[in-house]
Design a protein around this ligand. Structure first.
Ligand code: MOS
Length: 706
């Protein structure tokens, strides 16, 4: 009998690692093409209004300039309902930085130089870019939706509001209460690889080498916008240098590259500059969050209310699902969550790593820390005391929930026991020292629309085809491990093909759904491969030429169980007593993410998310100038991101469990739960060190020098 391999669970090195180290992994911009032209965009310099005149004579006069594209001469799009994607279709300006034209030239340098020679005249109307809770135009979105953007809906988002019991009466009657408002700023995704589209037409067929989290969705969107049959659009994205959500949806730059290539009848290459990424590829919108908690004197919550106001834009109503996390975290009979949106004249936001939960859990987990102190309880104990038996608002069981185990294991590893209850109790020379804890959660969904083909080659080799994406997360490696186990062979016997829309369709790498969706699809297809069982049990090499293709089945358990990853994060901080400088010598996280497919790539994801959470806590903030309606700090000199020197000891662990219901692998998502809670753990530790509660991210030193 053939011994089945056990690839899942082993710390396999990244299969794409050697190519990346040698520089032979091809990223979108590097695809060689015959006589490519280069594009540089013209961007609006007002926040609202319209273009009244364009003088491109000087640009046209530059040697090497092939065309200047504007709303006057740009090809008409077949589908212009999505205001973000409908580039150069009208003279309207909906935000500062919007694409209002493009120069196409023989070299990137000529394109950029000539773009600065184009004179743009605009008529300005009054703009409004300030997020305030007293705005009279706040509105309730249809859904608090992760994927509720036009043109790319994957599933209905959760409802905007939820309510159970009598929250106001319960708060009025509570023995202990908290009422606090937390704010978070605009955050920007800054992957190493900028957004890129390389477009080439061949008659009426279009190929786009694009840096994207989902080739199938990008292909479908581009086809719809350009009015082409999807089979005529070929999207290739073999390697992606980071994304964090900014490459899930197709943005205007890809449409523009396709238009430009059509216009000049040559392949066109377009890579955004870092600065352009601050207005053209989305961002995490700013929020104002009011949290009210009521409890009895023993620290049992009786009421929870989480009311959110989030930025959106007039151009496109993206709804960040900020308070949805509060619906699943803690038990309390009386509860309410609401989402209202403020439509501003700003660039269009999008999902960013743990969209909604990253900001929502900063507020909730800060509030839980404040409430624990008011109740006189240790914050770990306070959370355990309010652990729900079932999903508090639906009554469904959790498919698995090991938050308490994460808290206990984390507390043990971190050395939480014996922590002084009172703030400002520890001083080491000029530094105030404190520790903090926060919980994490993120949904673990499976997206529809996945198909896998498995082909049997010579000598028992298998080729596995699915249009999945590897953003640097480890998809190549993890899916190969899953396929090897599903086929009963070693990873060397599996050749995985992903990152190309010609492959069987796949959902995008979003919402920590990748392994859940693609892995399930691969396992289900392997099960249907004829003669496979015979091969596994009889040692018979299956015939070359066999193949199986299967749609991923729905998960009937998805309606019966609430499926979420969980975690607990612990932070130690040192705050300089004179300068307010914050250092984080130690971060420790323990996560409940079901069965871990690859401990090495999983750990890398967890550490990356925690680093990004540290960055969110202390550094990242897009600053809007209300006079001009733009984010002023559009580069790495001014928009600060945690660097090596900001990160000291960081440890990531997981509780060793399998989820019985999420998917055949027993896995849950890891890529986003790990950023959730970090900012609150650090804010709570800063409070413990200093006695100062910072409810407004990021925690910069000015806020500690009161
Ligand atoms: Mo993630 S923000 O859904 O790529």
């Amino acid at each position: 009998m053939t011994v089945l391999s056990h690839a899942v669970g082993t710390p396999l090195d990244r299969l794409d690692g050697p190519d990346k180290v040698r520089g032979t992994a091809t990223y979108a911009f590097e695809h060689p093409l015959d006589r490519p032209a280069y594009l540089y965009p013209l961007q609006a310099t007002i926040a609202a209004g319209h273009v009244t005149g364009i003088d491109a004579a000087a640009a046209h006069a530059e040697p090497g300039v092939l065309a200047v594209l504007t709303h006057h001469n740009a090809p008409r799009l077949a589908w212009a309902d999505d205001a973000e994607l409908a580039v150069l279709q009208t003279d309207e300006i909906a935000y500062r930085g919007q694409i209002v034209g493009a120069v196409i030239a023989e070299t990137p340098e000529i394109a950029r130089h000539a773009a600065h020679l184009v004179r743009l005249d605009c008529a300005e109307r009054a703009h409004d870019v300030e997020l305030r809770s007293d705005r009279d135009d706040l509105y309730k979105p249809q859904h608090a939706a992760l994927f509720g953007q036009g043109g790319g809906d994957l599933m209905d988002g959760p409802p905007a509001d939820s309510a159970m019991g009598e929250v106001d009466a319960a708060l009025a009657a509570a023995e202990v209460t908290l009422d606090a408002t937390y704010t978070t700023p605009m955050n920007f995704h800054n992957p190493m690889e900028p957004h890129t589209a390389v477009a080439a037409w061949n008659d009426d067929e279009l190929t786009v080498y694009c840096s994207t989290q989902g080739v199938t969705m990008s292909r479908d969107l581009l086809a719809a916008v350009l009015g082409l049959e999807p089979q005529r659009v070929h999207v290739v994205s073999s390697h992606v240098g980071g994304a964090f959500g900014s490459k899930v949806y197709c943005h205007a730059y890809a449409v523009l590259a396709a238009m430009a290539a059509q216009f000049v009848r040559r392949p066109v290459k377009f890579a955004l500059t870092r600065r352009q990424m601050f207005s053209l590829v989305g961002y995490r919108p700013a929020t104002i969050q009011r949290i009210r908690l009521g409890a009895d004197t023993r620290g049992h919550l009786t009421a929870i209310a989480h009311d959110v106001i989030a930025q959106t834009t007039k151009a496109k109503g993206y709804a960040e699902q900020v308070a949805v996390c509060t619906r699943v975290m803690y038990a309390a009979p009386h509860r309410r969550t609401t989402h209202r949106l403020a439509p501003l004249d700003l660039p269009v936001p999008t999902i960013m790593r743990a969209p909604g939960d990253a900001e929502g859990m900063f507020a909730l987990e800060s509030a839980m820390d404040e409430m624990a102190a008011t109740c006189g309880l240790d914050p770990v104990e306070f959370r355990i005391r309010n652990e729900p038996a079932v999903d508090p608002e639906t009554g469904r069981s959790f498919s698995s929930r090991h938050l308490v185990a994460c808290l206990r294991d984390g507390a043990r590893r971190f050395g939480w026991q014996g922590r002084n209850f009172f703030p400002r109790a520890r001083r080491d020379r000029g530094w105030l020292v404190g520790t903090g804890v926060a919980a994490s959660t993120y949904p673990s969904p499976r997206f529809p629309g996945n198909v896998t083909t498995i082909r049997v080659g010579p000598d028992g080799h298998f080729t596995v085809l699915i249009a999945a994406a590897d953003l640097g997360t480890g998809t190549w490696t993890a899916l190969t491990q899953i396929a090897a186990d599903a086929l009963g062979v070693t990873v060397d016997d599996v050749e995985l093909r992903i990152g190309d829309a010609e492959l069987p369709r796949a959902s995008p790498a979003g919402s920590s759904s990748g392994i859940n969706s693609w892995g399930t699809s691969i396992v289900e297809t392997a099960r249907r491969l004829p003669a496979l069982l015979e091969f596994q049990h009889g040692g018979v090499v299956p015939q070359q030429g066999l193949e199986a293709t299967a749609d991923m089945p729905d998960n009937p358990d998805a309606a019966r169980y609430a499926m979420h990853s969980f975690g607990a994060q612990f932070a130690e901080v040192r705050v300089h007593a004179d300068t307010g400088e914050v250092r984080v010598p130690r971060l420790l996280g323990v996560f409940d993410a079901g069965r871990v497919i690859n401990p090495k790539t999983c750990r890398s994801q967890l550490l990356g998310g925690m680093t990004m959470g540290l960055s969110m806590a202390l550094h990242e903030q897009g600053v809007v100038d209300p006079r001009f309606g733009h984010v002023v700090n559009q580069d790495f000199a001014e928009y600060h991101i945690a660097s090596n020197a900001d990160v000291d000891s960081m440890e990531a662990y997981w509780v060793d469990t399998e989820d019985p219901y999420t998917n055949p692998m027993g896995a849950k998502g890891v890529g986003e739960v790990c950023i959730v809670g970090t900012a609150a753990a650090i804010a709570n530790a800063v409070h413990h060190a200093t006695g100062i509660r910072v409810r407004d991210l990021p925690i910069t030193l000015d806020k500690l020098l009161q």
